[in-house]
Design a protein around this ligand. Structure first.
Ligand code: PEP
Length: 253
């Protein structure tokens, strides 16, 4: 499966000038890279500034579940499409944590994104890893609720990002997962999807890893059988490092 490298800028950078510069540096390299999908997810205000004329696809970091109405502060799928977004991150652990997004809310957002023609990047992952493997039931629940009533024909338009919360760089003692453990979790996610939609559909779903990935460990994750890309936070805001990760995906492809 073709690799996808997604840069999640979170609440950075501070100015549109910096956002444009970062996007431009990434776009320059992207024009030379084949067989890798490259996506950046800037904050909402920067979306229209950097989407035009670049080979890099744009993702929004969030979306609401209604297309219009009395929902102050919210942004809909069609609005995001209108400013050039093709993907949208749904269910990031930072939103689950700080904004109390539940699996049910994430399910509504996922369905709205699909209906709007956006490709959702669904983030799942446990807060803690226990040695008895209890964390697998957390992932199973996140997947099963997120996909509730999602049409079979839409399933492969979703990219599932396995992002163990403890591995995300903002955490106190964050450390990337072991690539083999990430692969095991990705396989588990695929099996869970297969349990709902069957093996054939599940085989077509792109599953990626996120959590303290960088230019040094990217190759190890991308060499794992079940992992077809990376969701990169911190290192995606350093053009040089992000480009190295993209080049790595190109080499292993
Ligand atoms: C993320 O927040 O999606 C992420 C993977 O962050 P980082 O790469 O900084 O751990």
């Amino acid at each position: 499966m073709r690799n996808i490298i997604i840069g999640n800028w979170k609440l950075h950078p501070q100015s549109s000038r910096e956002a444009r510069m970062l996007a431009r540096s990434i776009a320059q390299i992207a024009s030379r890279i084949k067989n890798v999908d490259i996506v950046i997810a800037p904050p909402f205000p920067f979306l229209p500034l950097i989407s035009a004329g670049s080979k890099v696809a744009i993702a929004a970091q969030d979306v609401f579940w209604e297309r219009e109405g009395p929902y102050t502060g919210e942004v809909s799928g069609p609005m995001l499409r209108g400013v050039g977004a093709r993907y949208v991150i749904v269910g990031h652990s930072e939103r689950r944590n700080h904004l109390h997004e539940t699996d049910e809310i994430i399910n509504k957002k996922l369905k709205h994104a699909l209906l709007s023609g956006l490709r959702p990047i669904l983030c799942v992952g446990e807060r803690k890893r226990d040695s008895d493997g209890e964390f697998f039931s957390v992932i199973k629940q996140q997947i099963e609720i997120a996909f509730a009533k999602v049409k079979r024909g839409d399933v492969t338009r979703v990219v599932v990002a396995y992002e163990p919360v403890w591995a995300i760089s903002s955490g106190k003692s964050a450390k990337a997962a072991e690539p083999a453990d990430a692969n095991e979790a990705a396989l588990f996610i695929r099996k869970t999807i297969a349990g709902i939609y069957g093996v054939r559909v599940a085989r077509g779903v792109r599953i990626i890893y996120g959590g303290s990935s960088n230019a040094k460990n990217a190759k190890d994750f991308l060499s794992e059988r079940e992992i077809s890309g990376l969701l990169v936070g911190r290192e995606s805001r350093d053009a040089k490092e992000f480009i190295k990760i993209i080049e790595c995906a190109y080499t292993v492809s």
